[in-house]
Design a protein. Structure first.
Length: 142
């Protein structure tokens, strides 16, 4: 993977690491929070949560279906998840690393790092991932 801009997002999620980690691998839950902007929905979410397994998330943005797909590279339950991220704006070798750290009162400090983004795609992905983790925090309260 070539060195290019990356982004880092941290968010305190009001749920324990096991629950937050599981949300990223469960297609039903994933479909609830994988919305990078208002008015976005998930038309389809599929996961094969094993190293080498693939996922597909079809986001419906502005009336258009936009597939996002990748492969799970590392799955360390409740601690770390690494996967490739390929979309219209991100090359097949871009990579997302999620870490899940215990925080006070049964919460999780989620850190998301997305590497390998083209410079032109970084700002949009920063906004999108920020919205996604905010939605995850919101549904974690449910």
């Amino acid at each position: 993977m070539s060195e290019s801009p990356h982004l880092t997002i941290e968010k305190l999620i009001p749920a324990p690491p096991a629950r937050v980690f599981a949300a990223w691998l469960d297609p039903t839950v994933l479909a609830r929070f994988m919305c990078p902007m208002p008015g976005t929905s998930v038309a389809k979410a599929e996961t094969d949560p094993r190293v080498g397994g693939r996922f597909l998330i079809v986001m419906r943005i502005g009336g258009q279906d936009r597939p996002h797909q990748g492969e799970y590279r590392v799955i360390e339950p409740h601690k770390r998840l690494v996967f490739t991220w390929h979309s219209q704006a991100a090359p097949p070798d871009s990579e997302v690393t999620l870490t899940f750290a215990d925080a006070d009162a049964g919460q999780t400090l989620l850190t998301l790092v997305h590497r390998g983004l083209p410079t032109a795609a970084r700002a949009a992905h920063d906004l999108g991932w920020t919205s996604i983790v905010a939605m995850l925090a919101q549904i974690a309260r449910d």
